[in-house]
Unconditional design. Structure first.
Length: 161
């Protein structure tokens, strides 16, 4: 039986990526990403719900961000592919903490005003493909269009499906 652990996110960086180097030369990149869902509540008012995701990358992607000084910055809209991982650890106060992270395999800026995007607007980095950025077709990203509510009266007590 096969299984799949795949995450695709589009959101905004909550801070500049941090890259740390270990004594053996391995690099680790960490950053937070916010995804926001907009919807209408029962009263017809727009509501927003934001989820924060901890992103982690090791090896070639972290190395690429560190060496090439990719200009990913707080607020940039990013496309991220990876896999989810949950783990626990004991902090300095001897309290067991649980954390869920996205292990990043691919990360691409959707913000068009960064220096990296100006130099190579279709480049992304894919950790599975090695150290070479791959070219992606130019795509237009638009806000989703809201589907109109049916004309029938809806009292909110019964689900319409």
């Amino acid at each position: 039986m096969a299984s799949l652990n795949k995450v695709i996110l589009i959101g905004n960086l909550g801070k500049d990526p941090e890259v740390i180097s270990f004594d053996n030369g391995t690099k680790k990149m960490t950053v937070s990403l916010a995804t926001t869902e907009r919807y209408r509540d029962r009263d017809g008012n727009w509501q927003e719900q934001t989820e924060w995701h901890n992103l982690v990358s090791w090896g070639t992607l972290a190395q690429d961000i560190f060496e090439k000084r990719r200009n990913y910055a707080k607020g940039d809209q990013m496309y991220v592919e990876g896999r989810i991982r949950s783990r626990q650890y004991v902090d300095n106060q001897n309290v067991t903490r649980h954390i869920t992270e996205i292990i990043v395999d691919k990360m691409m800026s959707l913000s068009g005003n960064r220096q990296q995007q100006q130099q190579n607007p279709n480049a992304s980095y894919n950790a599975y493909a090695g150290q070479q950025p791959q070219q992606q077709p130019q795509q237009q990203y638009q806000q989703p269009v809201e589907a109109p509510m049916p004309a029938q009266d809806y009292n909110g007590d019964d689900l319409p499906f």
